[in-house]
Design a protein around this ligand. Structure first.
Ligand code: HEM
Length: 236
């Protein structure tokens, strides 16, 4: 545990932890999006996938615990670093670097906090079923159309949620903020881990921006498809 104390005790170590946890979160966001995109394959595909995840039982809880820990470390240390940077640099940069001067770089704390708010709303919406409890449990009649009765009907929940323009608009706006956050965050990972090299600066920037666009377009395609009626309840 000595190494952990040393890592947390230095700002370079804290930067590395923010980078590594950020990388893990990017992995989660990609995997989560690929899983959710099965909404385009129909109710059975999405609901079977959700049921498979649930059947992992204790392992799923271990994964959820790990994800929560990674999230808390990422947000906590990133905020601490931002506060330290501000205290150490009361005046503006004398020589702003290229990466530092982008909109994504300047708004990291703001976009990060907005994404945090989105995740809290998202959990209240889909995981806990607090914001629309009527969507969390499909009626028996709908379940017979979308699959076995008593199976958690994620497809129904997603379609009913995204049928509301306000909810869909909120998700799309949140995805734009997440993409902006990631477009700078992914570039920073290389810098924080000491992997940045002038030669790779341009490909790294393109990779980060490309990935951010993939996440934005992939995730936004779901609310857009529901609102356009391309993804709907069977028989609707
Ligand atoms: C259009 C985009 C998205 C859709 C359709 C979507 C859909 C869902 C659904 C349906 C669930 C609940 C699954 C269940 O009840 O079995 C869920 C859980 C979750 N989502 Fe998303 N999600 C999206 C974007 C995101 C993003 C961008 C993040 C993170 C930045 C995220 C983080 C989470 C987390 C942390 C959970 C809880 C996982 C768990 O309980 O195991 N989601 N999402």
């Amino acid at each position: 545990m000595n190494w952990l104390a040393r890592l947390l005790g230095s700002s370079v170590g804290r930067k590395m932890l923010v980078a590594l946890t950020g990388l893990a979160l990017v992995g989660f966001v990609i995997a989560h999006m690929l899983g959710n995109l099965q909404v385009f394959l129909g109710p059975d595909a999405l609901n079977s996938y959700a049921a498979k995840l649930k059947s992992l039982g204790a392992l799923l809880w271990v994964m959820r615990g790990g994800l929560l820990a990674v999230f808390v470390v990422h947000v906590g240390l990133a905020l601490k670093l931002a506060a330290e940077n501000k205290a150490a640099r009361p005046a503006a940069y004398a020589r702003p670097g290229r990466v530092q001067s982008t909109l994504g770089a300047r708004s990291m704390v703001l976009t990060g906090l907005m994404v945090l708010l989105f995740v809290l709303y998202h959990l209240a919406h889909f995981t806990f079923g607090w914001t629309h409890p009527e969507h969390a449990t499909a009626t028996e009649a709908v379940q017979t159309l979308t699959g076995p009765v008593n199976r958690h009907d994620v497809y129904y929940m997603v379609v009913m949620g995204f049928r509301q323009p306000l909810v869909s608009g909120l998700y799309i706006a949140a995805m734009a903020l997440l993409a902006l956050h990631m477009s700078h965050g992914v570039q920073s990972v290389f810098q924080s881990l000491g992997l940045n090299n002038r030669k790779y600066e341009d490909p790294i920037r393109k990779l980060a921006i490309g990935l951010a666009w993939v996440i934005f377009l992939g995730n936004s395609s779901m609310p857009v498809a529901v609102m356009a009626g391309l993804v709907d309840l069977p028989g609707a």
